[in-house]
Design a protein around this ligand. Structure first.
Ligand SMILES: C[S@@+](CC[C@H](N)C(=O)[O-])C[C@H]1O[C@@H](n2cnc3c(N)ncnc32)[C@H](O)[C@@H]1O
Length: 277
């Protein structure tokens, strides 16, 4: 077995870091050689590369390729859970959805990982519709996007093992919104998955073709990017929001420098950002 730590030479690490940032925005600090070694060990071994420079040479030579996809899949962090941080979902149900009466609701989950975020949103919509029938127009849609093709496949299937299902989901919601496939696997019910559409999308590229949204969840992904890229993405997200639309960020992703674009709405507890016109 190749020692992948030795494969990460100082010069190769810098070249790889630059490549990754250009390819998907992920910005690695100076001391992540160990992370790169552990994430890329299998790719290096399979390709027969003893040094990371060889990998960067191949990535630069072939441009858009299967290898690029594998490297991005390996370097993304897909950690997620149901109803992560809870407040955004409570705010969605109590503050945001009651205002969404004008047309079929469109929500974007902009880094959807294995699907827990968009499916949690779908459960909130379901709960809201049964508590307040007729408030939302029918035909609501959740567009769920991510750059990692492996996890998009998983998310589309909507199947979770007992460990994943238990993270953030109470037994009540589990019974109500999942079918048991076997002793180890639960699948999200079809009426919840029907309103979620999964798509590949790299946030550093244009996303205007997705159309306009009432609500955007962009949570726990901007932390991987530089401040400039984060601001650029948030300005483009503002352009994708309908007037008065809402943006949710992750707990450690405060929005600063964009007071011309968003108003902070304090919800006690929790925060949501409202698009200014
Ligand atoms: C930590 S997960 C967050 C999942 C979910 N939003 C949450 O809060 O639980 C971050 C996700 O961002 C995705 N990601 C990273 N860079 C991206 C990019 N340039 N474009 C789109 N998605 C990206 C990763 O693939 C990963 O699934």
């Amino acid at each position: 077995m190749l020692s992948s730590t030795n494969a990460i030479t100082p010069n190769g690490y810098i070249r790889f870091r630059d490549y990754l940032q250009k390819a998907c925005g992920i910005s690695l600090s100076d001391n992540k050689q160990y992370l790169v070694a552990s994430r890329l060990g299998k790719v290096l071994e399979r390709e027969g590369f003893s040094k990371i420079e060889q990998l960067v040479d191949a990535l630069e030579k072939y441009g858009s390729s299967k290898l690029k996809e594998e490297v991005i899949n390996a370097m993304t962090t897909n950690e997620t859970l149901w109803f992560r941080d809870i407040h955004p979902f409570t705010i969605l149900k109590d503050r945001v959805l009651p205002e969404m009466t004008s047309g079929p609701l469109r929500i974007w989950s902009a880094a959807s990982s294995t699907g827990q975020e968009p499916y949690s949103i779908s459960m909130v919509i379901e709960e809201f519709k049964s508590a307040r029938p007729g408030v939302l127009k029918t035909g609501e849609k959740i567009v769920a996007t991510d750059i990692c093709t492996n996890i998009l496949q998983h998310a589309k299937q909507g199947e979770y093992d007992s460990l994943a299902i238990a993270r953030g989901l109470g037994p009540d919601l589990q019974r109500r919104y999942f079918d048991k496939i076997n002793d180890l696997t639960w699948k999200i019910k079809p009426h919840l998955s029907a309103r979620v559409e999964f798509k590949y999308l790299n946030l550093i590229e244009s996303f205007s073709a997705l159309g306009k949204f009432d609500v955007i969840f962009c949570r726990n992904v901007l932390i991987y990017f530089t401040v400039d890229l984060k601001l650029d993405i948030l300005k483009r997200m503002h352009a994708c929001l309908k007037p008065g639309g809402y943006l949710f960020l992750g707990g450690s992703e405060a929005l600063s420098g964009l007071s011309d674009y968003f108003e902070i709405v304090q919800c006690h507890p929790g925060i949501v950002y409202k698009a200014k016109s």
